[in-house]
Ligand binder design. Structure first.
Ligand code: FBP
Length: 262
């Protein structure tokens, strides 16, 4: 089944803001401003992001004020960093509830290579089935992770992406390891699924712009960024600079010209 994902794309590219970190990493990811979900939603709105990733609690209490202005990807599972636990991302919201809450897509993390991978593959497949019955696209966070797994190995990333593609993901979010030829191979393995590159830990703004220019020029369908935006001192203008690279074909240097002095 070909499910429409065009809501998340402008000129065939996606710029998605991820804000699931409060659950995934905890408040250490936030500063005085970004701890407030309304502040991050304002960034998404003002910089015209093509989607935002939220968990259902934030959707109910905050997203309703932005309803339909920013396409919503409701994240259905979660893994927290606190305490010892198996490497499984736990389902915390149904597709039916996501539909009721006005989601335009659902998101699901699979830790490829974890001991718990079999149950995530099974749950993901059921989610794809139900979501597609509603005509809802599914985004897989296809993240290699687990004992003995090199998360940044190109073949392992390509394998993770291939698994998500063959299990019906409409969009796949994964890491870029800096291997340019490798990304082309990863993209081949995404097939007709869209490949979105995850942001990662905060790096200097200019370096992030250059990395974005690189992945877009190599054919990635977009980026999904969290910390590199809401941990930046200038998240609004940095977002606009990313837009220039992704949608207008600007170089990182051209895009950086709109950034204010730090
Ligand atoms: P970042 O751009 O901040 O890396 O966000 C992307 C993301 O996939 C989030 O959606 C998620 O919360 C987080 O990274 C997962 O991080 P980790 O890989 O450390 O578990």
């Amino acid at each position: 089944m070909r499910i429409k994902t065009n809501k998340f794309f402008r000129k065939d590219k996606a710029l998605i803001l991820a804000y699931d970190h409060g659950l995934e990493h905890g408040p250490t990811d936030f500063n005085e401003k970004s701890v407030d979900p309304s502040y991050v939603l304002d960034i998404a709105l003002e910089a015209n992001y093509t989607g935002i990733v939220l968990h259902h609690g934030l959707v109910e209490k905050y997203y309703t004020s932005y309803f339909r202005d920013i396409p919503l990807i409701l994240k259905l599972n979660v893994h927290t960093r606190i305490g010892y636990k198996p490497l499984i991302s736990t389902n915390v919201c149904s597709v039916e509830r996501a539909v009721k809450l006005g989601a335009d897509a659902v998101g699901y993390t699979i830790y490829i290579g974890s001991h718990e991978e079999p149950s995530m593959l099974s749950e993901f497949s059921k989610i794809v089935e139900v979501a597609h019955d509603y005509g809802l696209p599914v985004i897989a966070w296809a993240y290699p992770r687990g004992p003995g797994i090199n998360e940044l190995d190109t073949d392992t990333i390509a394998y993770a992406v291939r698994i998500a593609m063959e299990l019906g993901a409409d969009m796949i979010k994964t890491y870029y390891n800096g291997d340019k030829e490798g990304l082309k191979w990863v993209l081949r393995n995404a097939g007709r699924s869209k490949l979105i590159i995850a942001g990662g830990e905060k790096i200097p703004d200019m370096q992030f712009l250059k990395r974005t220019e690189e992945v877009i020029s190599l054919g990635a369908d977009g980026i999904a960024v969290g910390r590199n935006i809401f941990q930046s001192k200038r998240p609004f203008t940095l977002s606009k600079a990313l837009s220039k690279i992704i949608f207008d074909g600007s170089t990182a240097e051209e895009a950086a010209s709109i950034l204010p002095e730090k």
